[in-house]
Every structure is written in C-alpha cells, then in structure tokens.
Ligand binder design. Structure first.
Ligand SMILES: Nc1ncnc2c1ncn2[C@@H]1O[C@H](COP(=O)(O)OP(=O)(O)O)[C@@H](O)[C@H]1O
Ligand SMILES: [Mg+2]
Length: 246
C-alpha cells in the first residue's frame, strides 16, 4: 500500500479538494482507496455522504494514535492507496499523518504569503525525513499560463533540483472543483473532458510516478533490473491486478 498525507498548516490551500480529486482519479485507474480524514471540519466525510457509490471508503480518525494504528490495518485489508486529509494548524494527527506517509503533498496557492506560510509544514516534514512535494493550487489566469507554458516556471521545475519537490501540473482555480465537491463527485467524474479533470489526472500520474519510484528505492539496492522495472512501471490497474494474482 502507498500512503499520501495532505498537509499544510494554513487552511484553504486545497488539502481536502485535492485529496478528493486525487482519490477519485486513482480509483479510476484501479486503485482500492481509503481516505482517512483527520480533520474535525469533516469536508471529506460530508462529501462522502453526498456520494451515491460505495467507493472510495472514507474513515474518520480522531487523533494521531488512531491514525497510527489504522494505516497498517488498511494495508492488511487490501487497500492499495490511502490518502490522509489533515486539518490546518498543527496537531498530533498531522504529525502521525506525516509519519505514516510515503509522500507528503503540500498544497499552496501561488502567492508569497501562502508559500511563506508553508515553511513550518516543510520543516516538520523534513525533521521526519519524509519525501514531499508542493502542489500549486488555485492558480489563476496569468500565473497558470506562466506556470504551465513551455519555458515557464513549470518548466524550470523540471530542473534536476526541483523535479521531485514540485508536483506538476499546477491546478488552476476553477468552479469544477467546487461543483464536484458539492455533488459528491471527483472532478474527473464531474466533467470528464474538462480542463480540471485533465489536470487532476496528470497530477495523479505525477504522484503515482513518485510513489512507484519511492517504493522501489525503498526496498533495497537499485539494480539494473529494478531500474528497468521502474522505467516500464505498468499503470496502477495492472499493478493492482498483478498484486491480486500474486
Ligand atoms: N483548484 C481549485 N479551484 C477552485 N476552488 C478551489 C480549488 N481548490 C480549492 N478550492 C476551494 O477553496 C476552498 C478551500 O479548499 P479546501 O480543499 O477546503 O482547503 P483545505 O482543506 O486546505 O482547508 C474550498 O472552498 C474549495 O472548494
Ligand atoms: Mg480541509
């Protein structure tokens, strides 16, 4: 099982929105999902209640202790991807989420205030030695174009020292995200051919590539065969099928 923690001490950066968007996009690729909600505001469980289908499962965890014990149990129960949504501010649950995660995602709006506000979150993640990546969210007009265009900041992010810590693409501010959330849908279910759906699917691909790499790098020595396997990593649905068969 892979585990992602959505963390940022600042509220309103898009932790819950991206947790939901990524969960549904991963589910559509064949993953068996659980979203653990460690936020008393209940954004994800409210969304879950508006949903007509059984998946993804959403579980509320009240504190760090519950979270610490629940994550390994999910892995034993056949969940292939857990996404932990955390509250703004700082709590033992945020700390436990970081500790449980293979990858921490830090959503931030592309403003100096938001990026500066991410510093304490980043410090906590680094203290734990956890892999992380920023996701620029709610980008608007010019900033979105600047970010995703060739020769742009987004392309600069492809520089070797940025490639692992800035997730691509940036997610633009669009009503689709809010409308989908209100209807109990993922944005990829709400408007399958829409730009927001396209961005979230591409972001999931980025995250999945990173998780696959981290899992392989974590096992033991990266030999040539593993590097080949990494280069040819099959899509998630095939991996899930392989795992079920094996
Ligand atoms: N890319 C986006 N486009 C439009 N609205 C967004 C986007 N991301 C988040 N929002 C909205 O911003 C607000 C805060 O997002 P939320 O996911 O609840 O943040 P957090 O969980 O970090 O507090 C919500 O009203 C949400 O609908
Ligand atoms: Mg939230």
């Amino acid at each position: 099982m892979h585990t992602i923690a959505m963390v940022s001490r600042k509220g309103g950066t898009g932790k819950s929105t991206l947790a939901i968007g990524l969960a549904v996009a991963a589910m559509e690729e064949g993953h068996k999902l659980c979203v653990l909600e460690a936020d008393p505001l209940g954004t994800v469980s409210n969304w879950r209640r508006r949903r007509a289908t059984a998946e993804p499962s959403v579980e509320v965890v009240h504190d760090g202790y519950a979270l610490y014990h629940r994550v390994p149990a999910l892995a034993r129960g056949g969940i292939t991807l857990t996404i932990i949504d955390t509250a703004g501010g700082w709590s033992d649950a945020s700390r436990a989420a970081i500790a449980a995660a293979d990858l921490c995602l830090i959503p931030a709006r592309p403003s100096p205030a938001d990026i500066e506000a991410a510093a304490p979150t980043l410090a906590a993640i680094r203290q734990d030695g956890k892999p992380f990546a920023f996701v620029l969210n709610q980008t608007q007009g010019r900033s979105a174009r600047l970010y995703n265009k060739a020769g742009s900041l987004g392309q600069t992010a492809a520089a070797p020292d940025m490639v692992d810590v800035l997730a691509l693409p940036a997610i633009a501010l669009r009503n689709d995200h809010q409308d989908a959330l209100g209807l109990g849908l993922g944005v990829t279910e709400y408007a399958r051919a829409g730009k927001s759906a396209e961005e979230i699917r591409a972001l999931w691909q980025w995250v999945w590539g990173r998780l696959t790499f981290l899992a392989l790098a974590d096992t033991d020595v990266l030999d040539a065969a593993k590097l080949d396997a990494l280069a040819a990593a099959p899509p998630a649905n095939q991996q899930v099928a392989l795992r079920a068969a094996g």
